[in-house]
Design a protein around this ligand. Sequence first.
Ligand code: ARG
Length: 400
Amino acid sequence: MTREKVILAYSGGLDTSVAIKWLMKEYNFDVVSLIIDVGQKENLEAIKEKALRIGAVDSICIDAKLSFVKEYLFPALKANAVYEDQYPLSTALSRPLIAKLIVDMAHKKGATTVTHGCTGKGNDQVRFDVSISALAPELKIVAPAREWGLSRDEVMEYAKTNGIPVDVGIQNPYSIDQNIWGRSIECGVLEDPWIEPPEEVYEFTVSPESCPAQPTYLEIEFKQGIPEKINGEKLSPVELVEKLNQIGGANGVGRIDHIENRLVGIKSREIYECPAAQLLITAHKSLESLVLIREMLHYKKLVEEKYSELVYYGRWFSPLRKAIDAFIESTQENVTGKARLKLYKGNCSIVGRESSFSLYEHELATYDKSDTFDHKAAEGFIKLWGLDLKTYAGRFQDES
Ligand code: ARG
């Protein structure tokens, strides 16, 4: 009798590795492991092999870096997407893409069930489940780590008794998710919000203490909201993000220590390293401030907040996200030009910006004699601007 097939989003980590065995033993499934390369810089060949060794009937790896950058990260960059003013959504943005690829694979292989290794406490289960059902409502979803009710230690124990290699140990007590937009680290000593993260948790960035003694200057050039060049050199989208990770990381830029409000109601302490995301969002915002009119900038900020929430809450495939994306896209028409950044011991500051669409008029802004601003017009403007307050004061002054 042929067993039913299930497509597993496989990372090679503890939970998804145990999930392979669990799905075979408890559910009698044939497991097809699907590894998505979103720039996690791991040995994906070895991970592919590991799935087969544990018992997967097939193990497939898809390089999705380019579509991740072009279809997810760049739209998010145009929206300056950051959750709770801190987290550039690196893990969150990868989930809808992975979900889409699992769904495609299920269709291709004729599977009616798909599965992932998320626990019942995190945001990622929500993102996977909501994305999968938005794309393919007919597919069944099984989430072993949500069902087995095992602690992390018990999962490790299960792995050991079932001959599954475990990398998590005394040396690596952390739970890590990484891709080209950043690295998320939790668990271990990080669960105490008072404790400074030990240096060992960081991999993409060096400590500010060990950064170069001299600042690094960097120019990032955008065309209609999309970054295209670094220091005048045109790079492919993936190369560009990778290069910025490297330059930012070498200058200690992109470390984030965040007490985060998860969708499921838990406050958690998350450490992130997102050098490229931080450099790009900072540069992009600085260019927008030069070319967008005030009301557009201020209104866009409100929309950006909603957009970031939608991404964080797993609603990428919602009509609202698409509609907001269309709005964001239309704001980017003139976001073409350069930002100049100074990177120094963990900081990145904007020290220059330039655009042929700049709305900065030196003759209006200047205090020297080339000033063309109509000072007299200000008087009448202010009279009317404050007229209602003056009227109000005249009416209620005695009563206050
Ligand atoms: N808290 C982040 C989010 O919900 C990252 C979770 C990543 N997982 C990890 N194993 N560190 O997007």
